[in-house]
Structures are given as structure tokens and as C-alpha cells.
Design a protein around this ligand. Sequence first.
Ligand code: HEM
Length: 142
Amino acid sequence: MNETTKAIVKSTAPLLKDKGEQITTVMYENLFSKYPQAKELFKDATPDQYVKLANMVYAYAANINQLENLQKSIEKVAQIHVNVKILPEHYPWVGESLLIAIKEVLGEEATDEVMDAWAEAYGFLSQVFIDKEQAIYTEQNE
Ligand code: HEM
């Protein structure tokens, strides 16, 4: 991610704090209507799952220049993802659903620049998770 992308994502942090739960609620609606096969993965999820996801998306935006602050929560979430068998091919489902939700909820504030920056930032965070989860899966099989 370049500095411009990070600056744009960071500038959306207050909006995400305000509307994060709305965004993730719409995200799940998008996810389950477009990818009904995702429902199975969430079958044991707690009802406040969308609040946790919203908090993390906000924390990511706010800490985009100090991702080390998120290290602990990323490790924890990666372990939970492995427990429910999340795989790399699931990430684009959430990415697409999340970006559409951001656009819908932020409306005019979701300019092309904001959308491009979030697409890149989501890709970056997904890769961090995918790599961590891969490492845990490999460890489990040793
Ligand atoms: C960058 C993308 C993602 C972020 C930021 C994220 C974030 C989170 C967070 C914060 C939790 C809650 C952990 C806790 O209980 O403390 C979680 C759990 C979970 N995530 Fe993700 N996640 C991402 C991608 C995905 C993807 C791609 C899937 C599958 C389509 C997925 C499915 C789940 C499931 C099934 C749980 C467990 C829910 C439960 O049993 O309570 N996540 N994730």
C-alpha cells in the first residue's frame, strides 16, 4: 500500500466508527445473498459477529500506519478462522460484499478514490490473514 492509499483509508476511520455496524450488517446481507454457501461457515457464529467485524475494520483504518498495534487481534482472529476452516478463496466473497456495503452506506462520501483505497487495503489485510492462517494450517499438519 502506498502512502496515499493509507492516508485515504485513515481519513475514513471516523466514518467507519460511526457507521461500521451498519456497513457490516449490509455486508452480511450481501455475502449471504450472493454466496449462500458462506452461511455454513457462520453457522456457530455469535449474533454479535458483525459488531466484532465492524470494530476490526475500524481499528484497521485507524491503525493503518501502525499495523503492529493490531498484531495480537490479528493472531487471535486467524486462529478462530482456522478453527472454522476459513480458506483463501473465501476472502474475495467478503471483500466484494464489504466494498459494496461501504459504497452503499457511505453514499456520496464513497468517492472513487475512497473505493480504490479500500479495495487495496482490504486486499492487503486479507493477505496478512491468509499467510497467518496458512502457517497455522501447516503447523497443525506437522
Ligand atoms: C480481512 C477480512 C476479515 C476480517 C477483518 C475478519 C474479522 C473477524 C473477526 C474480528 C472475528 C471475530 C473473532 C472473535 O470472535 O473474537 C471473525 C470471526 C469469524 N470470521 Fe472473519 N474476518 C475476515 C474474513 C473472513 C472471511 C473471508 C470469512 C469467511 C467467508 C470469515 C468468517 C468468519 C467466521 C465464520 C468467524 C467465526 C465466527 C464465530 O464463530 O463466532 N472471516 N472474523
